[in-house]
Write a protein that binds this ligand. Sequence first.
Ligand code: PDD
Length: 283
Amino acid sequence: MSICYLNGDYLNIEEAKISPLDRGFIFGDSIYEVIACYDKKPFKLSPHIERLLKNLESIKINLELTELNLSDIINQVIHENNSKNQVIYLQISRGPEKIRDHTPQDYPTPTIFVSSFPMKVLPKKEIEPIEVIMQDDFRWRKSSIKATSLLASIMYKIEAKEKNVSEVILHEKGLITEGSVSNVFCVKNKVIKTPSLEANILPGITRETLIDIIKKSSYELIETDISIEELLASDEVWISNTTKGVVPVSKIDNQAIVNRQQEEIFNEILELFMTEIQADKNQ
Ligand code: PDD
């Protein structure tokens, strides 16, 4: 049984109810965050809340919420649930209305929902490289907003499941954007590249963390265009997100990554990422 937060109350998830006229349900008129929690401590909480507050502003949901209120709620949900390692899912919709109308009323009351799921954290040696496919990026032009209207990602994930692979790497006009639920990194001749935020991608918190880590390491990191051909010719390809951390890719469209036997740089960066998790816990 897991305990969630809904509009001021902490409840068993089975008892949490919202109106079918909630704009989040009817229109996908809502935004969300997914936050990893290690040993009961949320990882990179401030950047997650900052992104959420920015997204609320972008879609004009007016809420008197501060970073403090939100982190109190998140920490309470973590405390109410048993698992040491949790995935915190936080969603804010514009709220319920009496009639379905695309134009929001002036003051609907936003719905705030925070829930927790146990998170599986794999020891380093058990992180298995994944196989992926590539697809044309047919999503909307504002992928920087972490919106719950995720039909495109669901379609990609169904395709991935049918092809027995774990993720879909997207491209637009021959250039890599991101994964359906992740950001993408590649390595060639010891230089690490990731698409820049101009590429209609989500500014992933894990991406940002990895960029900071790499910049402090001996490796060069470039945020730049990556062509499909360049990705396929990489020595290493990784994907990153909150729930999986950073994971190496073994095959793209059934084609093996050229030099992946070593995954040399991946292993070093993963080590640094794990150190960062420990450091963040102690803050
Ligand atoms: N998704 N890009 C997309 C399209 C994503 O959906 C995600 C994460 C990321 C990585 O962002 P972050 O490092 O902040 O998790 C990039 C989450 C995990 C989800 O929808 O469940």
